[in-house]
Write a protein that binds this ligand. Structure first.
Ligand SMILES: *[C@@H]1O[C@H](CO)[C@@H](O)[C@H](O)[C@H]1NC(C)=O
Ligand SMILES: *[C@@H]1O[C@H](CO)[C@@H](O)[C@H](O)[C@H]1NC(C)=O
Ligand SMILES: *[C@@H]1O[C@H](CO)[C@@H](O)[C@H](O)[C@H]1NC(C)=O
Ligand SMILES: *[C@@H]1O[C@H](CO)[C@@H](O)[C@H](O)[C@H]1NC(C)=O
Ligand SMILES: *[C@@H]1O[C@H](CO)[C@@H](O)[C@H](O)[C@H]1NC(C)=O
Ligand SMILES: *[C@@H]1O[C@H](CO)[C@@H](O)[C@H](O)[C@H]1NC(C)=O
Length: 696
């Protein structure tokens, strides 16, 4: 222990020595390199966050994809992580599983396959990651736990990886465990074993997509911990100021062996000692989750640099990739850009896109951080990366506290001031004579920010240059000359959801299984074809989840898909409905549904239900507890009925097959909300000829 104290005194002394000579920073590869850079990415899913993007018309949809994925254009993302749909609510909706039932397999559901292919089309080198949030009920054998039968869960997850290759020619690079839930070491080992046995040795495992605690499970037990401290002082550390450990001292050597990357969520730019001790790659495998205004952009700028500077994390993945879900759902607009109006074609390239470009256009996975990275004397940070062939990229951020707050964790106070920063290029970079300069300025005072602006190249003499840095700026200085601020013509103007809307589900985009604009919040609503039906209901929309999934969030006990404009007050919703479950089945249409996403269980609104037992009900809530009207309807399973619901001011009325069934039900609240369809339980049911007429 004596040696350790001495060592830290020397190090602190050195650090103060640097400070005395403040505002001068050395960039040198000859003192040794830091960790390998693995990229910056976006997360589609967790859940249903890309739902509305797929229904954009061309050319807007392709333009949006360019801003996300096209190299040297916009964000130029290097990692795409997707949810492995599990039929359950995972924040902003449900995503369909490739195996709804034990004997079911289909690799064309949802939009994540399509998205991965669009990303690969633009950047064949993009790293692909899959992670489950939830699982179909059969995987859990009736429990809400997927680990009691690890082989079944492994079979389910590995099938998804094989399906990606077989049906879409997509190579999945990394697979995760179970998002933000307790990890199970045995499951991870069984998964690795299964991947190896079928030849998927290149698919790496990320764990545990939550806190850092998995690293403690790998490394040292408390008894051995003391022994390692003694060994530790003999070896003065690499870039982490940490010493290599002997594998024989690992607590769980097998777990250490099977996990390739330790992925933590919302780490607040910091890691823990045990994570460093594992000597694994450390990733912030989910981060950001902040409203995408300029403070969101500032959050992103700060964490992209400081996740490495403070926490040695070599990849950062944004939840979410793109805000393509109704804004009133949970965490509205928490994406790198916004595309939430497929009906108008309007989208917004927000500041986080250009902040991403500051790194991704000038450093690729496989590049290496220098050891000479750190904080600036008067606030802010800098990182430097090299391709090992003489190229250098330096990213500097001076984001102030209030202009870079992320949603979590709390951000301790810090100060940032104007400062002159001198950088000295040494080692391979000593002879660099010019650097390209890219500049962003978040101007919160005059509200005239600019992003990713190319300035004149900086001439370097004597291997040094000085920048006059102001607060809330981002600079990239680089030898790479291929950077570009891509642009497409301005998209159409923003417009509200159409007041008059119809879908008979007959015209389909064959790429997708879901009807436009419907956002499933519990259950899954899919296009269905009944080839034996000679009548008008061959093409329908069908709710297909028949068992409560292994949930991640608090799914409702009913299924529900919402659509439309959350501000709607007065409207008529109509739909043909087909109950499939004899005697006990039931379906609803609804208006003014006030909430969904994570709080879907508490949704209020006007819900008009009909049941296979010949009754109807009108309730003020999805749970069906607050009854506004009820009675006989003569409805039954196995036949089509037309429901019409009109809400006007404080009154609601309903029709069945074109005849009034109930009227003047009093609705005091909510005042507004989405339209919706759904079922009484997890049961099969169909919907057709859906229509809305909303008051202007
Ligand atoms: C993909 O990576 C390879 C090897 O690093 C590189 O040569 C190629 O230019 C990259 N392709 C794109 C589109 O970035
Ligand atoms: C930097 O990278 C480019 C390719 O982007 C390459 O042509 C060049 O040789 C590299 N090295 C230097 C010192 O610029
Ligand atoms: C920031 O600056 C203020 C005013 O100079 C000072 O009172 C405060 O202690 C500083 N905070 C930190 C975290 O340095
Ligand atoms: C930076 O340097 C310039 C030129 O020497 C000087 O005028 C300016 O005051 C300095 N700025 C700060 C914040 O020290
Ligand atoms: C398909 O249509 C036939 C004929 O109308 C009907 O008997 C059957 O119940 C329908 N099946 C489903 C699943 O809707
Ligand atoms: C809805 O209808 C009520 C009663 O007719 C009216 O007072 C209210 O202004 C209407 N709301 C909208 C948004 O048109």
């Amino acid at each position: 222990m004596v040696h350790r104290t001495l060592l830290s005194r020397i190090l602190w002394g050195l650090w103060y020595a640097c400070l005395c000579n403040a505002e001068s920073y050395v960039l040198d590869d000859k003192v040794g390199l830091g960790r390998e850079f693995d990229g910056i990415g976006g997360l589609s899913g967790g859940g249903a966050t890309t739902r509305l993007l797929v229904n954009y018309a061309e050319p807007y949809r392709s333009q949006i994809l360019d801003y996300l994925f096209k190299p040297n254009f916009g964000a130029s993302l290097q990692i795409l992580k997707v949810e492995i749909g599990g039929d359950a609510q995972t924040t902003d909706g449900t995503e369909p599983s490739h195996m709804h039932y034990e004997n079911d397999e289909n690799y064309f559901r949802g939009y994540e396959w399509w998205l991965m292919k669009e990303a690969k089309k633009r950047n064949p080198n993009i790293t692909l990651i899959g992670l489950p949030w939830a699982f179909p009920g059969w995987v859990g054998h009736g429990t809400n736990w997927p680990y009691d039968h690890p082989h079944i869960t492994v079979y389910y997850v590995v099938s998804w990886i094989i399906g990606a290759k077989q049906y879409h020619d997509l190579d999945i690079d990394y697979i995760g465990i179970w998002n933000e839930k307790k990890f199970d070491s045995n499951y991870i080992k069984v998964l690795r074993d299964a991947l190896d046995k079928i030849g998927l040795t290149d698919v790496g495992i990320i764990a545990a997509d939550g806190g850092w605690s998995i690293s403690s499970a790998m490394v040292i037990d408390p008894y051995l911990n003391d022994a390692v401290k003694v060994i530790g002082v003999k070896i003065i550390a690499s870039d982490n100021l940490w010493q290599p450990i002997s594998l024989s001292l690992l607590l769980d050597a097998e777990l250490h062996n099977v996990v390739d990357i330790i992925g933590a969520h919302y780490p607040g730019t910091n890691t823990v000692l045990d994570a460093l001790k594992t000597e694994k790659k450390l990733w912030s495998s989910e981060d950001y989750s902040t409203y995408n205004d300029d403070v969101g952009g500032g959050c992103w700028a700060r964490i992209l640099n400081q996740n490495y500077v403070n926490g040695r994390m070599t990849a950062t993945i944004s939840w979410n990739l793109i805000a393509s879900y109704y804004e009133e759902l949970s965490f509205g607009r928490n994406g790198l850009m916004t595309a939430e109006e497929p009906w108008s074609g309007n989208y917004v390239v927000e500041s986080p896109i250009w902040i991403t470009a500051h790194t991704t256009q000038f450093a690729q996975p496989g590049w290496t951080y220098l050891q000479t990275v750190g904080h600036l004397a008067l606030g802010g940070s800098y990182v430097a990366l090299t391709d090992g062939k003489g190229n250098l990229t330096v990213v500097i951020e001076t984001m102030t506290h209030d202009h870079s707050i992320c949603i979590r964790p709390p951000l301790p106070h810090f100060n940032v001031s104007s400062q002159n920063a001198t950088f000295q290029l040494k080692g391979s970079f000593g002879s660099v004579s010019a650097l390209q300069v890219w500049h962003s300025k978040f101007d919160f005072k005059t509200k005239k920010p600019f992003f990713f602006k190319k300035l004149s190249p900086l001439r370097i003499s004597d291997g040094t240059f000085t920048l006059a840095l102001e607060p809330d700026e981002v600079y990239t200085l680089t030898t790479i000359t291929t950077g570009q601020k891509g642009s497409h013509p301005a998209p159409p103007a923003s417009a509200p959801f159409p007041h008059s809307y119809k879908d008979d589900f007959n015209v389909r985009n064959p790429c997708f299984t879901e009807a436009p604009d419907f956002a499933d919040q519990t259950g899954v609503f899919e296009y269905y074809i009944n080839l034996t039906d000679p009548g008008p209901h061959v093409f329908t929309l069908r709710q297909v989840v028949t068992q409560r999934p292994v949930t991640w969030a608090a799914d409702a006990d009913q299924t529900i898909s919402v659509i439309g404009d959350h501000s709607w007050q007065n409207l008529t919703v109509s739909c043909d409905v087909y109950i499939e479950t004899e005697k006990t089945g039931g379906v609803f249409i609804a208006a003014r549904v006030d909430q969904a996403g994570e709080t879907v269980r508490s949704a209020k609104g006007v819900f008009y239900w009909v049941y296979a037992d010949g009754t109807y009900k009108v309730t003020n809530d999805i749970a069906g507890k607050v009854v506004l009207a009820e009675g006989l309807s003569g409805t039954r399973a196995g036949t089509w009925h037309t429901l019409t619901l009109t809400v006007e001011g404080q009154y609601a009325s309903g029709m069945l097959n074109g005849y009034p069934l109930w009227k003047n039900a009093v609705v005091l609240a909510p005042q507004n909300g989405w339209a919706a369809i759904g079922t009484q339980t997890f049961e099969l049911a169909q919907f057709d000829n859906f229509a809305i007429e909303a008051e202007q």
